[in-house]
Design a protein around this ligand. Structure first.
Ligand code: GLY
Length: 254
């Protein structure tokens, strides 16, 4: 059984944090419809969707991925790099012990979940403006006793590590080599995004299927040519908030 933790789109989404995008007015009602369709897609794939309590005064609260890392053995509540987002973690800290022993970063460092890519027993941490050395080091100290190693990965031009690379198959990653150096992932098969679609590296793998933005048809063709099964979704309003498919849930096996 797969669990997906989500949170409804806040009415304040238009005041979200933005790092690499210019502010473009967001149609919040449309963002909500897109988000509900995303939750329904997760449900149709057999996930039990659990909505966290709404946080209307937190513009980015829909992007729950940034608040925690959930591994098969343990969960870690994170400390988001943007001060405006720190209030998003309390309800996640309350929810996660139902499924995992739950640790928490104390700070002063910070780590956003969007910067974390767990591949087997390695957790890659993007060197972004959100995830600093102190945060990565605290995460390392917490995960080593659970048998994990933590490796930092350089980024350029994007918000998070998972803006640049995500897992799309048992042995395959989808990656934008302009934003992340492929070298740390040399043992993996790689599909590169179409050059005209730099934002296309973020896919959400649910079992054998990928939830994927319909905005990236050229990269989708590359995925399908490689044998991936893709369920396209319109997430255009959430994309204006620098959010993508992985950002909108914490997905893990019960
Ligand atoms: N708006 C998504 C973020 O910056 O955290």
């Amino acid at each position: 059984m797969w669990i997906a933790l989500t949170r409804e789109v806040s009415p304040t989404l238009g005041a979200c944090e933005l790092t690499h995008l210019a502010r473009d007015p967001i149609d919040v009602a449309r963002a909500r419809r897109q988000h509900v369709a995303y939750e329904e897609a997760l449900g149709s794939l057999g996930c039990e969707v659990n909505r966290l309590p709404p946080l209307p005064d937190h513009p980015d609260a829909v992007f729950v991925e940034d608040t925690a890392l959930v591994l098969p053995e343990v969960a870690v509540v994170l400390r988001p790099g943007a001060a405006s987002r720190r209030g998003e973690t309390a309800s996640v800290a309350k929810a996660l012990p139902a499924w995992r022993p739950t640790l928490a970063l104390e700070g002063p460092g910070s780590v956003d979940g969007g910067d974390l890519l767990a591949l087997g027993k390695t957790v890659y941490v993007g060197r972004s403006g959100r995830s600093d050395e102190a945060g990565a080091e605290e995460l390392r100290r917490q995960l080593v006793p659970w048998g994990y190693r933590v490796e930092r990965v350089a980024l350029s031009g994007c918000l998070h590590l998972k803006s640049a690379v995500t897992r799309v198959g048992p042995e395959t990653l989808l990656l934008n080599p302009a934003w992340v150096d492929p070298a740390p992932f040399a043992s993996w098969q790689r599909i590169e995004v179409a050059p005209e679609e730099p934002h296309a590296a973020n896919a959400l793998r649910v079992g054998e299927l990928l939830l994927y933005p319909e905005a990236y048809p050229a990269t989708r063709r590359r995925l399908e040519a490689a044998g991936c099964r893709v369920l396209p979704l319109d997430l255009s309003e959430l994309a204006k908030a620098e959010g993508a498919v992985t950002c909108c849930s914490l997905l893990f096996e019960a």
